[in-house]
Design a protein around this ligand. Structure first.
Ligand code: PLP
Length: 415
């Protein structure tokens, strides 16, 4: 298999038993395609590896917020990590349990806090002193107490791309490690606040274990200092950030990750929370696109496809690598192509210097596009966002229709 559930049968790529060429015929291109089994297998891998700790696994909705993806995970018992009231409404629409929801993000509005309190979410992850006061005020106003953690910035280097590193002193996220004791002491005096846990989230696409261990140890040192001051915490949340294999990354095995965390937590009765996003959906989705034109330049060859940076921005935003496969095997001589889109920007590329056998009109699959793909898409160039299809044991279901022109202009007024 190329990625989970993706295999070549008689030269044709099949995803969880469905030919990608059939999906293109039925639903056109560009289209995001996800495998339900691949998503579930990724979730179950966490459940199994961490089973001794019985963690609450809160899927980070922002990685892929399609209602069917959320429903798939909700039915498997997942909690959810949200960063907006909109994401909470998605979780509820998908049948998720709000009492398994944690609310992250640096700028929660008062109305979002009130809505989350009305749904009795599990916990607010507080990122600043001002936010602590806002949550306290809103809770007190509604006669409630909000369960909180502080998101601690442990100042560890996750050794990942600067745009997706979040646990360094220079990042906007969390409260400084050195401020934590004072803030917990303050929080424990506020009537609208119930101090409940401690959290960190140090970055994304982390392939090594050591940054997680460093962060966990720094959090546990705080837990002990707080206990000495009579502040007892019930849960510890290690955030998300586990990487996936896009190219040739060496990823520490999940079982080793779980065992390392379990060793660090030995002898403590704290409930563990995790917030994985990318590692649940990243390798469980692909972007299906068609070659419009092949352009052979003097120094470069371009395959111009019908998906662009508005559909998948990760390559140009993070210089990210996604594997690319021709959907149908053919006997054309392989040529080195840059895969570029139709958008009027030189940054509109999906892949560079890939050796592929292509003809105009062929389909290609951009792999590992299940996380931070569709959710980051836009209408730039008045391009309708792609449809989304879920394959499930040999059947393909549309889980989001392709946008129409009317959808795109629905909220505009000519004055
Ligand atoms: C984005 C985010 C996650 C998920 O990160 P992944 O790298 O996708 O696992 C988890 N927690 C918080 C607070 C986030 O912002």
């Amino acid at each position: 298999m190329l990625t989970p559930q993706l295999e070549r049968i008689n030269g044709e790529l099949h995803y969880e038993g469905v030919a990608l060429s059939d999906i293109a015929t039925r639903f056109a291109t560009p289209t995001y395609v996800y495998s339900r089994k691949a998503i579930l297998d990724n979730f179950v891998a966490y459940q199994n590896a961490f089973s001794a700790l019985n963690p609450l696994i809160c899927y980070a909705v922002k990685a892929n917020s399609n209602l069917s993806v959320l429903a798939t995970l909700a039915r498997a018992g997942a909690g959810f990590d949200i960063v907006s009231a909109g994401e909470l409404r998605r979780v509820i629409s998908a049948g998720g349990d709000p009492r398994k929801v944690i609310f992250s993000g640096v700028a929660k509005r008062a109305d979002e806090i009130a809505f989350a309190l009305s749904q009795d979410i599990y916990c607010f992850n507080i990122e600043s002193e001002s936010e602590l006061h806002r949550v306290n005020d809103v809770a007190a106003l509604h006669g409630k107490r909000a369960r909180i953690t502080f998101r601690i910035n442990p100042d560890v280097d996750p050794k990942t791309h600067p745009y997706i590193s979040t646990g360094l002193k220079s990042n906007k996220f969390g409260v400084a490690h050195g401020d934590a004791i004072r803030l917990y002491a303050l929080a424990s005096t506020l009537p609208g606040i119930e101090v409940h846990g401690i959290e960190c989230h140090i970055g994304s696409q982390i392939t090594e274990l050591s940054p997680f261990v460093d962060a966990l140890r720094r959090l546990l040192a705080l837990v002990d200092q707080l206990a000495a001051r009579g502040i007892r915490l019930e849960h510890i949340d290690l955030g998300g950030g586990r990487g996936i294999v896009y190219a040739d990354e060496k990823l520490a095995p999940m079982t080793e990750f779980a065992k390392t965390v379990a060793d660090e937590l030995r002898g403590r009765s704290m409930h563990l929370l995790l917030e994985p996003g990318r590692s649940i959906v990243g390798d469980a989705g692909l972007l299906l696109t068609r070659v419009e034109f092949l352009k052979h330049g003097e120094t470069k060859n371009f395959a111009i496809v019908d998906a662009g940076m508005n559909d998948l921005i990760r390559p140009t935003l993070y210089d990210a690598f996604h594997p690319v496969e021709a959907v149908s095997a053919n006997s054309v001589a392989p040529t080195r192509y840059d895969i570029v889109g139709p958008v009027c920007e030189s940054g509109d590329w999906l892949a560079k210097e890939r050796l592929l056998s292509l003809r105009e009109g062929d389909l290609i699959a951009v792999l590992c596009a299940g996380a931070y793909g569709m959710v980051m898409s836009s209408n730039y160039n008045t391009r309708a966002r792609p449809s989304e299809v879920l394959v499930d044991r040999g059947n393909a279901h549309v889980i989001r229709e392709r946008e129409s022109f009317e959808d795109m202009v629905a909220h505009e007024h000519v004055v």
